[in-house]
Design a protein around this ligand. Sequence first.
Ligand SMILES: *Cc1c(COP(=O)(O)O)cnc(C)c1O
Length: 491
Amino acid sequence: MDAASDAAPEVTADATPDVTAAVSRRRLAIRAAVEQGLLSDAHPVVALLDVASVRESAARLRAAFAEVTAPGRPVLHAFAVKAASLVPVVRLLADCGLGCEVAGPGELALARAAGVAPERIVLDSPAKTTGELREALELGVALNVDNRQELERLDALLAPGALPSPPVSPVGLRVNPQIGGGGIAAMSTATATSKFGFALRDEGAREFVVRACVERPWITRLHCHVGSQGMPLEAMAAGVAATYELAEEINAAVGEQRIDTLDIGGGLPVNFASEEITPTFAEYARLLRDTVPGLFDGRYGLVTEFGRSLLAKCGLVLARVEYAKSAGGRPIAVTHAGAQVAVRTVFAPEAWPLRIAAHDGRGRPKEGPGLVQDVAGPCCFAGDLVARGRELPELEAGDLVALLDTGAYYFSTPFDYNSLPRPGVYGFTVGGDGGGGGGIGDGEDGEAPGNADGGRTDTVRFLTVRPPQTLDDVVAASGGAQRDALIAPRP
Ligand SMILES: *Cc1c(COP(=O)(O)O)cnc(C)c1O
């Protein structure tokens, strides 16, 4: 299942991520975005994605699991498309050897538009319609059944003759091991009352699941995803262990190995507090091997579904400070990055703090004494702040702010509030490498080569991932063509 790509950089599980090179590339890209006119009055906010970082991240994931799995065992790393629902990003990850996890018809369409083969796609929505189930089965897309009623629908669809040709989709059951929640309630999917999967500790549920599998030879997988962000690694591993024990119980009841693959979900947390990449895929993979050795002894195939941990640190939102003002003694930088690109941070600031980097109008990192200030967005509600009381170099009109670690779930999931146009998303490469290289050429203006602020901006190439929405697009997406729909026809 693991299709290697020639373009994948050589990375071992232990390779320390070259954070310094990534920071240099990011700073260079910020300056280049100004110099190459990406940011303008018409486009005062843009999103940037470091192509080399994405490739490195994917390579680290693959190396981490290659290290712990028995030789020849299939591993499918299915990228959770909701973390970056952008066709070129899915395409890039597919080129790095990843598949896709999708939750619904839109994400399935994106994965297919990106050219991902059906056998490398896993469908996981908790609310699949009969039509979606049928489509997945006809395509050969793997799916994980969420509940009893969905199982009954599959019974009907898989009855002989119900579909034109016998389906080849692997089918799994999503289980909720009910091991408890993590640091963010909204992201915890393994609480006693979570809406996802078969709740294993509920009365009679485990027996039901075992019997359901014994009676249905087409159920060959179990799936768990115990949470996203805020889950301790040990809790994630405990969820996988509980799922593995259930697989063993089912296989014992069947008398042969019916369950042949475990889908362990995603959810590796991201460090939003510093440049450091921690925890790493390698740490998690080793913890899994130590906690659930039977899963890695060669009898089981694996599917993973990481999203945030693959991309968060590869992207940023760059926005202009339009005005700098003060209210009640608090300095406020009014920028063009708010709830429309940082929904979670604005509405749940305690759970989703972001690092913000201050740059001057030419894109150079701003130095200077710290000043406690608010960083506000452009939306018309008071809570539209991406940082409150944050100490940063004093922001002035014309400066830039970079919202760091926003490569997953931020700009790719915009919020249409105030009809603000969706910003353009651009991949960038430095020095024409596009691969794993971090070289940024010679310094200019007397700066040392490799200096964080050095490098030649003309070596940065921007690649359009999603063009900025035009005002015509905004009108069209807002019923522009239905202008007279509500004007009663006159008799
Ligand atoms: C959201 C989700 C993922 C990805 O979670 P991350 O925290 O982004 O890794 C994986 N699987 C399922 C079922 C999900 O809902």
